[in-house]
Ligand binder design. Structure first.
Ligand SMILES: Cc1ncc(COP(=O)(O)O)c(C=O)c1O
Length: 393
């Protein structure tokens, strides 16, 4: 049909389906194994499920306050004080959000005007850059390179201009697995202060760090606390990505404004699920240790399988992705770039991954990289590993 109506917004015209979803559709069509999308298909803890069922049965179904259910905010205060070592005053420092993504939306609308600039480290999590574009923010990038993903602080100072307002930081990182060290965070805190910048930190993989590495929240550093919004989520920790529940913590005045913005976009996060989580939050501390043990095992099995197939594998320091290079066999047919390699793995062995270019402003930077997610049930992961080990027949 010929469209004679006025065009859609320029934002809508520029949007296209992201690569991750496109791979999901293709992999489902061949009944393959999807290691592309960051979906953890392991079960949620019983206490969390029981809490939510009880809340639904008890008809706790009306809108929650826009800041979130108080009992859940209280539990978040306790968790952030003890796990993140951030001395929050109380629930005025906590906003319950529609996933950490809802928190990111609220943060960028609270902090940024169109035309303000933000610094992002590459490789990045695509929703951050996508949403920053919706906010019409200018994105300045600092590129981190494998295998060490070291931060070039000189480059960071170079990209900061008088229009720069904030720095976005994801630790542990998706896709690189990098976990920021205390020294790096201290250096960043100095730069934030020197240039009067805010920081938005995404810490959704905070419980997943390997080989004794510690997750450190930027807000635990006193020098950065007043200018840092910390985003976290229940999605990854409790395997409930579809429940859409996360939280933001930070200075009360900013959190209050973020709450008003969140109210306009979402009204509230799902209220029966919030009530349920407040119960389930009392999950046994052993849960976190067991979860980590599982990921340590899966990481080891999966990284070795990729190495067997000939990938160069910077073993992730945290999170549950591997961002591996196929450069060593890029002279083989079907592996000359990331898009081709992604297709070849689907066609040859029914394995879905994400092409490296989707994690960079300039897709050439990810030309020889693919991201795999190893948060899969053991039998499926084992099947995936065998397929990868058999890549060359
Ligand atoms: C770095 C990062 N942040 C945020 C999210 C989304 O989190 P949520 O489900 O809490 O919105 C993801 C999901 O893959 C992620 O990898």
């Amino acid at each position: 049909m010929l469209r004679t109506m006025k065009s859609l917004s320029s934002i809508a015209q520029d949007l296209k389906q992201n690569d991750i979803r496109a791979v999901t559709l293709r992999i489902n069509a061949v009944k393959g194994i999807n290691l592309g999308q960051g979906i953890c298909d392991m079960p949620a803890p019983e206490a969390v499920k029981a809490g939510a069922k009880a809340a639904i049965d008890g008809d706790l179904s009306i809108y929650a306050p826009y800041s979130g259910v108080d009992s859940l905010r209280e539990r978040v205060v306790e968790k952030v004080r003890s796990f993140n070592k951030v001395p929050l005053h109380g629930i005025e420092n906590v906003l319950i959000t529609n996933g950490s993504t809802g928190g990111f939306v609220a943060a960028i609308f609270a902090l940024l005007n169109p035309g303000d600039e933000v610094v992002q480290f590459e490789p990045w999590y695509g929703y951050h850059s996508g949403l920053l574009k919706l906010r019409e923010a200018g994105i300045r990038t600092v590129t981190l390179r494998p295998p060490a993903w070291e931060i070039d602080f000189d480059r960071l100072e170079e990209v900061i201009t008088p229009r720069t307002k904030a720095v976005i930081l994801t630790t542990p990182n998706n896709p690189s697995g990098k976990v920021w060290t205390r020294e790096e965070l201290e250096r960043l805190a100095e730069i934030l202060e020197k240039h009067d910048l805010y920081a938005i930190t995404d810490e959704v993989y905070e419980y997943m760090t390997y080989e004794g590495r510690e997750h450190i929240s930027l807000a635990s550093l006193e020098a950065a606390r007043a200018r840092t919004i910390t985003l976290s989520s229940f999605s990854k920790t409790f395997n409930i990505t579809g429940w859409r529940l996360g939280y933001a913590t930070g200075p009360a005045d900013i959190i209050e404004k973020m709450g008003l913005i969140s109210d306009l976009f979402f009204i509230c996060a799902p209220s029966p699920l919030q009530n349920g989580l407040a119960q389930g939050f009392a999950t046994d501390p052993a849960y976190y240790q067991d979860m980590l043990k599982d990921y340590v095992r899966k990481r080891e099995r999966f990284c070795r399988a990729l190495e067997t197939a000939g990938f160069e594998v910077p073993w992730p320091e945290g999170a549950y992705y591997v961002f591996a290079s196929f450069k060593p066999f890029s002279d083989r047919p079907g592996f000359s770039n990331d898009q081709e390699a992604c297709s070849s793995l689907i066609d040859r062995i029914g394995i879905g991954s994400v092409s490296g270019g989707s994690f960079y402003g300039n897709p050439e930077d990810g030309r020889y990289l693919l991201r795999f997610c190893f948060a899969k049930k053991d039998d499926e992961l084992e099947d995936a590993c065998r397929r990868i080990e058999g890549l060359w027949g």
